[in-house]
Every structure is written in C-alpha cells, then in structure tokens.
Design a binder for this molecule. Structure first.
Ligand SMILES: Cc1cc2nc3c(=O)[nH]c(=O)nc-3n(C[C@H](O)[C@H](O)[C@H](O)COP(=O)(O)O)c2cc1C
Length: 195
C-alpha cells in the first residue's frame, strides 16, 4: 500500500558517467542519501583502456560531439536531476556533455558535481551550467584522492542538504550521507550486496 509519504515524496534522479569508478562511487552514495533513482550514462567501451584515455583527452579538448547516452527513465519527469562527471582536460566528460546537450530546456532543477585529479573543476562546472537551461541549485567538486581516502563525506553531506533544501516537499527525516565504507562498518548483520 502506498503511504502519504511515498506519494508526496519528491522524485530525484542521480546520473553520471565514470571511466574509472570515482564519480560512480560518489554518485551511488549520493543517490542512497537522497533516496534517489540512480542510473549511469553508458558509452560502450569508447573510453576504456589506454587508447580510450587518449581518445578522451583528445576529444574533450576539441569539444567532440558524442552521441547522447540514453537512460531508461525520462529525466524530465523528475523534480531534481543530479549529474556527475569526471573532469577531462578542463571539461566535463564527453558522454556527460552530450547528455546535457540532449536535455537542454527539459529539466527544471539540477545539481552538478565533478571529480578531478586536481585542476579544471570550476571550468568544467561552469561549462555544465552554461549547457543547460535548468536552475542549478547546487554544485560541488571533489578530488579523486579525497574520495579514495574516504574524506568526501562532509562536502557531500552539505551538497545533499543544499539539494534537499530546494525541493518543495523535502522529506522531514534527516538522511545521513554515508560512504560505502561507513555502511560496511556500521553493518552488524549478514553482509549486504556490494555495488
Ligand atoms: C582523458 C582524461 C582527462 C583528464 N583531465 C583532467 C583535468 O583536466 N584535470 C584534472 O584535475 N583531472 C583530470 N583527469 C582526471 C580525472 O578527472 C579524475 O581522475 C576523475 O576523478 C576520474 O573519475 P572517474 O574515476 O569517475 O572516471 C582526467 C582524466 C582523463 C581520463
């Protein structure tokens, strides 16, 4: 049976592209904290491996137009869409750029985040913001090393709170942002499914 809470709950989508897993990890943790639908942007194996790395670097610098990755859900049906991307040569990753271009004018509210080695995040976020007609309610950049060290919990909790504050019917229950490591550490029962 559907409860009132379920029927009035805002619909949030978290989507991302990730070549080596950092952006994916953050995105999945964020989706869990927000109670959001989570779906990655897939782009075959175009950017996998050493050749893929070179292709990504070359194409990102030249603003190559990728084919937009398709999702199984329609982003326009969500109250808030959060998009995550690695920084590629001071730009968002090409599948993310293609996705944003394909959704221009279709999404009312967005949140944006990027992961980076150490530079170019502001340029990438500015570019992502320029590409959409949406109201970007919050954005955040994280270093890959911060995520790998599990030190991204604070910035991501603030990001999640900012996002929630812009939702008309934000859940009254305060949901904690947890890393996968936190969840595993607090689990006392049988092992849970790992992503
Ligand atoms: C082709 C390519 C270009 C990159 N360019 C940058 C860059 O300009 N600045 C930066 O700080 N990191 C850069 N990086 C590093 C990634 O942004 C960083 O490792 C990111 O966290 C990877 O995310 P992922 O694991 O989700 O793919 C680049 C990585 C690749 C593959």
């Amino acid at each position: 049976m559907q409860t009132d809470t379920e029927t009035t709950r805002p619909k949030i989508l978290v989507t991302w592209f990730s070549r080596t897993g950092t952006t994916a990890q953050v995105a999945r943790e964020l989706a869990q904290a927000l109670g959001a639908t989570a779906e990655p942007l897939r782009s075959s194996d175009l950017y996998a491996g050493r050749l893929g790395w070179l292709r990504a670097l070359w194409r990102a610098g030249r603003g190559h137009a990728d084919k937009a990755p398709a999702l199984t859900v329609d982003p326009a049906r969500f109250d808030l869409v959060v998009v995550g991307s690695p920084v590629w040569n001071n730009h968002p990753a090409l599948p993310v750029r293609a996705f944003l271009r394909s959704q221009k004018g279709r999404i009312a509210q967005m949140g944006l985040f990027v992961t980076q080695g150490g530079f170019g995040a502001s340029k990438a976020l500015e570019e992502m913001t320029r590409m959409v007609d949406s109201h970007v309610v919050a954005s955040v950049a994280l270093r890959q090393s911060t995520v790998q060290a599990g030190r991204h919990t604070g910035p991501m909790a603030r990001f999640a709170a900012e996002l929630r504050a812009h939702l008309p019917q934000a859940p009254s229950v305060e949901l904690a942002f947890q890393t996968r490591r936190d969840r595993e550490a607090s689990t006392t029962e049988a092992p849970t499914m790992h992503e």
